[in-house]
Design a protein. Structure first.
Length: 131
């Protein structure tokens, strides 16, 4: 067997709960693992490895409908659409180039010392969530 590294993975789960009187019940629980390209991850320049980096950043591009579906995100309507230049170039070759208005650059900033996550989005890099 050939074993090799796949880069960074994000591991988590989503939970749907149901409340009845004074008790909460888990209705559905789904674990997930998502592979993240090393090109989409940045960490503090003084860190020697990701696990000793004080801050890590995950850069991604999301569709507006996906952002609106996340109940945690606030202020999605005030974001200005933004795409990396290489994606803009690809969309410019497509006849219907107004598709670019539905996509946003997102930055998830993970402060590993404090255990917090900030999510910024759009051209103006506005904070849309803090955990």
């Amino acid at each position: 067997a050939l074993l090799y590294s796949v880069g960074i993975t994000k591991v988590g789960y989503s939970v749907e709960t149901e409340s009845e009187e004074d008790m909460d019940f888990i209705r559905d629980e789904n674990p997930f693992v998502m592979r993240v390209s090393p090109k989409e991850i940045g960490f503090h320049p003084l860190a020697t490895r990701p696990d000793n980096a004080a801050v890590m950043v995950h850069h991604l591009v999301s569709h507006k409908a996906d952002l609106e579906a996340n109940k945690n995100y606030k202020g999605i309507d005030s974001l200005k659409p933004s795409l990396p230049d290489e994606l803009k170039d690809k969309l410019d070759k497509v006849k219907n180039s107004d598709v670019a208005d539905d996509f946003y650059r997102i930055w998830e900033v993970h402060d590993q010392k404090k255990g917090t996550i900030w999510t910024f989005g759009g051209e103006q890099k506005k904070m849309i969530w803090k955990m």
